[in-house]
Write a protein that binds this ligand. Structure first.
Ligand code: NAD
Length: 257
């Protein structure tokens, strides 16, 4: 199950999981055409996928989606909590609605889906033919789980919250044989940050923050997600994997400081 999979990073993760042999539940909230495109692409490459509509911030919709996905595919092994939004504003002008909506989707939505998945993993237990654990949860966080971000305090607070949500869940669910981790993307070309890369001037400015001098692609994150979900990563638990071209290396200090 990949949330927010009708575009950007979620769509790439869904496609890549499909190529790796997973049956993929493609969650979407507002873009059915994007979700059906992803389903078609997975199906065309020989995989199985279905689209499920749910606003991840709504408990009843989340519950209904997990039930429908279980009915369709029989079970659940991997949750990728990817859905996320930005509602940017200077702190002095940020409305409560902007604050609440970002927290509701990025943090509460991730909580609701993780809880629903973990309950299913615990109820079913380990299927040794598929994995040495009962299930895997991956949060798509952000470099802003550690980098403060003026003008985006709702977003940074949601991602900082995700970091300790992930680590606390990992501590609690490890003994139940559920593996929990995060991926923190840096600057990735997707609809969420289009103004930051769509003109040459914007892209040049962005590259000042990226030591490897390349804006990331959704595929960079998707490859990391497939590895993190695989048995090759079976001893990786409770960590954030930064896939950011070095954005968290304080690039401004490269020239002295
Ligand atoms: P995106 O806008 O393409 O993807 C976000 C997805 O979340 C969309 O498909 C959207 O429909 C979905 N979504 C929004 N509200 C939802 C809701 N209530 N219920 C279900 N789905 C909902 O942008 P993206 O860059 O692919 O973002 C994916 C994740 O990656 C987000 O969590 C984002 O914070 C994170 N991220 C992105 C970048 C980047 O540079 N693009 C960097 C760091 C982290």
């Amino acid at each position: 199950m990949v949330t927010g999979a009708s575009s950007g990073i979620g769509a790439a993760i869904a496609r890549e999981l499909g190529l790796a042999g997973a049956n993929v539940s493609v969650n979407y909230s507002g873009h059915p055409e994007g979700a059906s495109q992803v389903v078609q692409e997975i199906t065309a490459s020989g995989g199985r996928a279905l689209a499920f509509k749910a606003d991840v911030s709504q408990p009843s919709e989340v519950q209904a989606m997990f039930l429908a996905a279980r009915d369709a595919f029989g079970t659940l092994d991997i949750l990728v909590n990817n859905a996320g939004v930005q509602r940017d504003a200077p702190f002095l002008e940020m409305t409560l609605e902007q604050w609440n909506r970002v927290l509701e989707i990025n943090l509460t939505g991730a909580f609701l889906c993780a809880q629903e998945a973990a309950r299913k993993f615990v109820r079913r237990g380990i299927c040794p033919e598929r994995s040495c654990v009962a299930g895997k949860i991956i949060f798509v966080s952000s470099v802003h789980e550690v980098i403060p971000w003026a003008g985006h305090v709702n977003y940074a607070a949601s991602k900082g919250g995700l970091m300790l949500l992930m680590k606390s869940i990992a501590q609690e669910l490890g003994p139940l044989r559920i593996r929990v981790n995060s991926i923190a993307p840096g600057a990735i070309k997707t609809p969420i940050n289009r103004p930051a890369w769509e003109t040459p001037e914007a892209e040049a400015k962005l590259l000042g923050l990226v030591p490897v001098k390349r804006v990331g692609e959704a595929q960079d994150i998707a490859k990391a997600a497939v590895w993190l979900a695989s048995e090759d990563a079976s001893y990786v638990h409770g960590v954030t994997l930064f896939v950011d071209g070095g954005m968290t290396l304080y690039p401004a200090f490269a020239l002295g400081g």
